[in-house]
Design a protein around this ligand. Structure first.
Ligand code: ZN
Length: 254
């Protein structure tokens, strides 16, 4: 297999696909979002990050690269103007249907590459649903290595241990990939107070965060973005290769 070829599902012709599935039975399905990312980043921030990382990972692993899912669950940010929310229930069924239809054609495992944490619960539910009812398999990858990479390359304080949104990390990544879509003159730093019931109650972020940025976007740079992205490519490729090796070695849950 030619390592530098990217096998793009949507651009293939049928004979190319038939040839492809003779030697490879796994795919990458990028999952992003169309949601507000503060005054300085575009709605498609997560799409930019998912597209780039998935392409690089597909190139390194030889996986089939499927089309990015853009309209996805975005519950917490739904009230900010411009955000599109798909319900978890709809999205679970979409993922199950995609996985089962690709399974019929010889794709046994779909690695869902998520750049958007808001879709994580639905992606997990889809994986479990398939485990109980189908031979098709999903493996969920949520920005592998992100927190390690942030500890290494980001300098600002994190707002929350779990959530990263429109701050130094995301802004740096978009500056590295699509700088013309970033308006750094509008970048802000905001550390909203966390309600003790945050997490226990699904409080809309627009209730407590005015700018839509949680953390410091002002210190972002393209150089940091390049380093962060490179780190996550390495981690993700490693996980997929390990998983594929486990499957070949015959482990049931590698
Ligand atoms: Zn984002």
């Amino acid at each position: 297999m030619n390592k530098n070829t990217i096998f793009r599902h949507t651009e293939m012709k049928r004979p190319e696909f038939e040839e492809f599935i003779k030697h490879t039975d796994y795919a990458i399905l990028p999952v992003a979002a169309i949601e507000q990312h503060g005054p300085h980043l575009p709605f498609c921030c997560d799409v930019i990050i998912a597209d780039y990382l998935s392409e690089r990972i597909a190139e390194e692993t030889g996986a089939l690269l499927m089309a990015t899912l853009r309209y996805t669950p975005s519950f917490s940010l739904r009230l900010y103007p411009g955000t599109v929310r798909v319900s978890d229930a709809t999205f679970v069924e979409t993922l199950v249907d995609i996985s089962e239809s690709m399974y019929i054609h010889g794709i046994n495992t779909i690695y869902i590459f998520q750049s958007h944490v808001g879709a994580a619960a639905a992606c997990k539910e889809a994986e479990r649903k398939l485990l109980l009812s189908s031979q098709a398999r999903i493996v969920n990858l949520v920005l592998p290595g992100i927190y390690e990479a942030m500890a290494k390359y980001c300098k600002s304080k994190r707002w929350h241990s779990k959530y990263v949104h429109a701050e130094e990390f995301e802004t740096s990544c978009v500056l590295a990939l699509r700088p013309e879509l970033v308006d750094m003159s509008k970048a802000v730093s905001e550390y909203p107070e966390v309600d003790p019931l945050f997490g226990s109650i699904s409080i809309p972020w627009s209730d407590f965060c005015k700018s839509g940025v949680v953390g410091d976007a002002t210190v972002a740079t393209a150089e940091k973005g390049k380093a962060l992205l490179e780190f996550m490519v390495g981690k993700s490729v490693n996980l997929i290769q390990q998983h594929q090796k486990g499957l070949k070695d015959g482990r049931k849950y590698p």
